[in-house]
Design a protein around this ligand. Sequence first.
Ligand code: ZN
Length: 242
Amino acid sequence: MDRLSRIRNIIRWQELYQQKKILVAAYESSEIKLNKLQEEFDNSQSQHTKLTELFDNLSAKVVQEEERLDHILTQIDSMEKDRDNLKMSRQIKSWEKDMDKYTKDREVVEAQFYYDKSKVGDISQELETLSENMSRFKEEIDTLQKEISEIKAETKDDRDAVESEMTKIAKEFDIHFVEYLDRLLDRNQGVVMAEIEDDSCSGCNVLLPTSYHGGEAVHDADDLALMQCPNCFRYLYNAEDL
Ligand SMILES: [Zn+2]
């Protein structure tokens, strides 16, 4: 490929790169939003899973505590019925000792039971909020996905055309050069070609060394090397050359 063809190909590549940017921009922000929502949905889901496990364990514990409490209350109840039948002081003493133990047990188990029960209630509330959030996220995700695939379907032909022309041009160049060109395009807001105007780079206005605008090398048809601006690295060309 001669120097002129290279320059023409780079200019075309730049145009295609810009077209591609515009085509991608139509759904890019939606895609970023979609990824964020998906992340939030996943976080909520893993939190939901963890909380559900906690809820199940604590609920089982509450059931056990309630059974224990029922048992203690039944015990206290039947002891109270026995109280009047007791005559001997030894029996009464033993009764009082047992009653004291059951009363203390009741206090402890009751406190734990109500504490855990309220925690189960809190968790259930949290799970409900998480579920609400998740279905809201899901709804937004579905809407965005639909929107993105519609845009993609609408622009498919254009994107394919750009891609196939880019593939064709890329074959003309060394693969490393194409990679470099794309990095340069990213760095220079999609413009890597700059006309030499008044001995300066029209891209960044830096005054170019004499060899760039007046030297033999510039107008030598056999010169295959492309010149780059020493400041912004854009490829330089003379308008009249094209
Ligand atoms: Zn420059």
